[in-house]
Design a protein around this ligand. Structure first.
Ligand code: BTN
Length: 326
C-alpha cells in the first residue's frame, strides 16, 4: 500500500520532505514517487512540491479509504487487517462473515454508508453516506463468554476518550452510549459467536455521528453529532484511528484481569449517570434509584431509596434518566 506509506511519511515529517528522502525510505524511483503524489492529488490531497525543499502535505480529504486510515493508525494490531467499503449492509454482518472465514483479531470493517445498519434491541441505525463513522472490530478474546459483554464498555471508554480529544465534553451513558450535552453521539452493538465455555469471536460495531447535521424525525431530541456540538467538522479517519489506539490500551487492561478493574476508574470518571437518579426498566418490574458507579463485571450499581444497593445487568434491562435521556 504505497499511498499509505507516502501519506504516513509526509504526516510524520510535519513539514517538507525531500523527494530523495521519500525515494530512499520507500526504496522506489523518483518517477514512482511522483506518480503516487499525482494520484494522491487527484484524490483530493493538497500536496505542495517546492524545488530543493520537497513535498508538503497541506490538506487531506475526509475519506474513509484504506490509505487515509492506515496512514493515521498508530496501533499494534487493531486495524491491521482493514476492510473499507463504500456501501454495505452492516459492518457487523461483514465482520462476522470475515470471522467465519478465519480473519484475525483486529480485523476492522469500515463503511461510508450502511443499508441495514443495526442498533441494540433490534432497532435500526440510521447510516447515511459521507458524514459519519460506522465500523466493526473483530476480537478473539481469551475469556469466557459471560465476560464478553464487558467489551462493550471497553469500547465505550475508547470512543468517549477519542471524542474528548476533539475538545468535546463527552460522557458515557451506561452501558455504552456516548453523550454530549445529554444527547447521544455514538452507539455500540456487540455480538458474539460462542460455545458454552469458548468464544469463537466477538464483533464490536460502533456508529459515531460525526458530521451529520440533520436527524430523522423521532431522534432529533435525543441525538446530536460532533459537528453540531463543536461548530466545525471533524476528520473521520483521524477519529477512527484514535478510537483504535484508545481501544488497544483499554483492551490490554481488560485482558490482564478479564474484568473492568483496570479501566473502572477511567470509565466512572466519564459516567454521566453517576450520582443521578435513574429508572431501571427491568422486565420484572421498574424501579428508581441513584446510579452509584459500576462493578468490575460492568453491572451498574443503583442505590435504592431504602439504602440497599442493586446490581443492574445490561443484557436484561435498560436505564433511563428520570429527567430525560441521561
Ligand atoms: C445502538 O443501538 O446504540 C447501537 C448502534 C450500533 C451501530 C453500529 S454502526 C456500525 C455497526 N454496524 C451495525 O449495523 N451496527 C453497528
Amino acid at each position: 500500500m504505497r499511498k499509505a506509506e507516502v501519506l504516513t511519511l509526509l504526516r510524520e515529517a510535519g513539514g517538507y520532505l525531500s523527494g530523495q528522502e521519500l525515494c530512499g525510505r520507500l526504496g522506489v524511483s523518483r518517477t514512482a514517487v511522483w506518480k503516487i503524489i499525482n494520484q494522491l492529488k487527484e484524490e483530493g490531497y493538497g500536496i505542495e512540491a517546492v524545488p530543493n525543499r520537497g513535498y508538503l502535505l497541506t490538506a487531506s480529504p475526509d475519506l474513509l479509504e484504506e490509505g487515509e486510515i492506515r496512514s493515521r493508525l498508530r496501533t499494534r494490531w487493531a486495524g491491521g487487517n482493514l476492510i473499507c467499503c463504500r456501501t454495505t449492509g452492516s459492518t457487523n454482518a461483514d465482520a462476522k462473515a470475515e470471522a467465519e472465514r478465519g480473519a484475525p483479531e483486529g480485523t476492522l470493517v469500515v463503511a461510508e454508508r450502511q443499508e441495514a445498519g443495526r442498533g441494540r434491541r433490534g432497532r435500526e441505525w440510521f447510516s447515511p453516506e459521507g458524514s459519519n463513522l460506522y465500523f466493526t472490530l473483530l476480537l478473539r478474546p481469551a475469556c469466557a463468554p459471560d465476560q464478553a459483554c464487558m467489551l462493550t464498555l471497553v469500547m465505550a471508554l475508547a470512543a468517549a476518550e477519542a471524542v474528548r480529544e476533539q475538545g468535546l465534553d463527552a460522557g458515557i451513558k451506561w452501558p455504552n452510549d456516548i453523550v454530549i450535552s445529554g444527547k447521544k453521539v455514538c452507539g455500540i452493538l456487540t455480538e458474539m459467536s460462542a460455545e458454552p465455555d469458548f468464544i469463537h469471536y466477538v464483533v464490536i460495531g460502533t456508529g459515531i455521528n460525526v458530521n451529520q447535521t440533520v436527524f430523522p424525525e423521532g431522534i432529533t431530541e435525543t441525538a446530536t453529532s460532533l459537528r453540531l456540538e463543536k461548530g466545525e467538522s471533524v476528520g473521520r479517519a483521524q477519529l477512527l484511528a484514535s478510537v483504535m489506539e484508545h481501544f488497544e490500551s483499554a483492551y490490554a487492561r481488560f485482558l490482564k484481569t478479564r474484568d473492568l478493574s483496570g479501566i473502572r476508574a477511567d470509565y466512572e470518571s466519564l459516567l454521566v449517570n453517576k450520582g443521578r437518579p435513574v429508572r431501571v426498566l427491568d422486565p420484572k418490574g421498574e424501579y428508581e434509584g441513584t446510579a452509584a458507579g459500576i462493578r468490575e463485571n460492568g453491572e451498574l450499581l443503583v442505590k435504592l431509596p431504602d439504602g440497599r444497593m442493586e446490581c443492574v445487568y445490561a443484557g436484561e434491562v435498560s436505564v433511563r434518566g428520570i429527567y430525560g435521556y441521561v
